[in-house]
Design a protein around this ligand. Structure first.
Ligand SMILES: *Cc1c(COP(=O)(O)O)cnc(C)c1O
Length: 393
């Protein structure tokens, strides 16, 4: 192992989160595990087979590259669905390999049909409808035209789904907009069905929509952040917990991120630490360098304010986060030595650093920090029973 830090994936936590989500969705709803952004930083290659062991057989990705990786990582022949980008030239690969994809504009629609004809195999498409997010999706007029085209080529596609995405279901501030979107989706569904095109799955919900607008769950829900043990927002957490006796957070974080002390040093009062004059020792102090910096996904914006765990204690990140290292003040844990474990995210003893505590409890930060964790940090899976660590690299 040559890496300076490792990302640990807790299988038991994942299994428990998925069970909670499945119970919430109910028995007749497919849970599509959203693994875009390198499985929210957890690592597609490690995450897919683990989720499959926990009963998942449907994955949503953003683009063709992620679909390729997920397809390769899958050991149970799961369904892979591309929600965003795929070049027309890659549709051939997708269709041949049963990769499903969203269709939200005519160029992709005609390319898909044309390639399906050449390949001699129907394209597995999900029609995305515009309901008010104004990002992608056929609006009402375009949908009419898309239906017309599809009706002429029924042998060239199978309509796997009819879908849309909500513009901010995690906040009550968007309530009216979401309600409008739900209404428009229903009317689009009626329209498609009235032409005798029957989508196999109606799917619209992400984590927040599934939590705050249960009517959006339909035949399938595309769940990302919750399966990793995070709530889309405080509001959605409160909504969920409000109806429960037990007010404890039932979700468990799947990820943790660890490194080791590279060296320690005593610094005298009045000395500057690190580049320039940004940090001055106001007392004699002991510091530790940790070989993790912004090049490894530890944001420079955590300069002066990050925290890490050493010997079960929360200690301050002092000065500016460098490209490849950060400095922690360890005066309160003076027994610290080279090689001691440092936790950037996760638990140590009774303490925990959550991703959210990296800043204020801003949910966007959860998504961003996780997905920025570099792909090349080795992922280590913590298994249930044996408590063995298995390295994937
Ligand atoms: C990211 C995404 C999801 C999942 O969102 P979460 O908030 O992580 O559950 C669902 N649908 C689409 C189209 C997405 O882009």
């Amino acid at each position: 192992m040559f890496a300076t830090s490792t990302i640990h994936i807790n299988r038991k936590a994942l299994e428990s989160n998925l069970q909670i989500i499945k119970n919430y969705l109910g028995p007749n709803v497919t849970l599509s595990s959203v693994i875009k952004g390198n499985a929210y930083g957890h690592g597609i290659e490690v995450f897919v087979p683990l989720a499959e062991e926990c009963g998942i057989n449907h994955f949503s990705v953003f683009n063709a590259d992620e679909a390729f990786r997920a397809h390769k990582a899958s050991v149970q022949n799961s369904t892979i669905m591309i929600m965003g980008m795929i070049e027309n030239q890659d549709l051939r690969w997708a269709i041949k390999n049963d990769i499903e994809f969203f269709v939200f504009e005519f160029d992709r629609l005609s390319a898909a049909l044309e390639i399906a004809r050449e390949v001699g195999k129907p394209a597995k498409i999900h029609l995305e409808v515009e309901t008010g997010m104004n990002r992608t999706g056929f609006n009402n007029t375009q949908l009419t035209k898309a239906i017309e085209i599809l009706k002429k080529h029924e042998e060239l596609f199978s309509l796997e789904g009819l879908c849309t995405h909500y513009a901010g279901a995690e906040s009550i501030a968007n309530h009216a907009r979401i309600k409008t979107q739900i209404r428009r989706y229903r009317s689009a569904y009626k329209k498609v069905v009235s032409h005798n095109l029957i989508p196999k799955k109606r799917h619209t919900a992400c984590s927040a929509a599934a939590l705050s607008y249960p009517e959006t769950i339909m035949d399938m829900a595309r769940i990302g952040i919750m399966q990793y043990g995070f709530w889309p927002s405080i509001e959605t957490f409160i909504n969920f917990i409000g109806k429960k006796e037990n007010k404890q957070d039932p979700l468990e974080r799947v990820i943790s991120w660890k490194s080791k002390v590279m060296n320690t040093k005593n610094v005298k009062t009045g000395e500057f630490i690190g580049y320039g004059t940004s940090y001055i020792a106001r007392s004699n102090m002991k510091i530790a360098t940790v070989p993790v910096g912004y090049a490894h996904g530890y944001s420079r914006s955590l300069s002066f304010q990050g925290r890490v765990l050493i010997h079960g204690q929360r200690v301050d990140v002092i000065g500016i986060v460098n490209m490849n290292l950060l400095i922690a003040r360890i005066s309160d844990v003076p027994q610290t030595e080279k090689g001691d474990e440092v936790v950037m995210i996760g638990k140590q003893g009774d303490s925990e650093i959550t991703v959210a505590s990296f800043g204020d409890f801003s949910n966007q930060l959860n998504y961003e920090l996780l997905t920025r964790l570099p792909m090349d940090i080795p992922r280590v899976v913590k298994l249930n029973r044996e408590d063995l660590d298995i390295y994937d690299k």
